[in-house]
Ligand binder design. Sequence first.
Ligand code: OGA
Ligand code: MN
Length: 208
Amino acid sequence: MSTILRDPSLLVVEGLSEQGWACVPEFLSREECLALAADGMAAWEEGDFRKAEVGRGKNKVIREDIRRDHVRWLEPESMSAAEGRYLERLEEVRRAINGRLFLGLFGFEGHFALYQPGAFYKPHLDRHRETMDRVVTVILYLNDGWEAAHGGQLKLWTTPGDKEGASVIVEPRLGTLVAFMAGDHWHEVLPAQETRMSITGWFRVREG
Ligand code: OGA
Ligand code: MN
């Protein structure tokens, strides 16, 4: 069935429940995505991004051999209108996931991520070993006119726990949303040849 006729939130839930991951083009309108991209670029030009770290808590470190993106966390006090609207859409997705998959997701944390030419993120899982809090990863790409020659594809291994076998390649095109079970699916960002921007985040469960 055509995605035009289907609620994008339900396509996300269907993909997660049937195969553990989903890729939904045109999750948001072009106008909404361009507004988000403009907010991200303005923040970048203001110097609001920081080198991304790996690890957690006291063990967070910059490891440029593993990842070379820069991030800016979404904070309630500096939320733009477009960011607020995107978070409302994610709230629909969160409720739809809980209704269908009973994951008990209660919140979302996320950041803009910017890859400069040459930047990558080596294969990894998003769920930290010491904690169980990040359950579902959600990424919205914000790159207008992205072409295969620009690199920066997401490579997502489709078998839970496996980083050798079958994988899919996702082009980080404006409006495409990818979601997957954060602890199950190995993934990497291939080297970008152009500036590549996204909003990446996680639906969480309460720890403890
Ligand atoms: C991440 C990540 C993938 C992407 O930020 O953890 O894996 O396609 N991002 O941006
Ligand atoms: Mn990741």
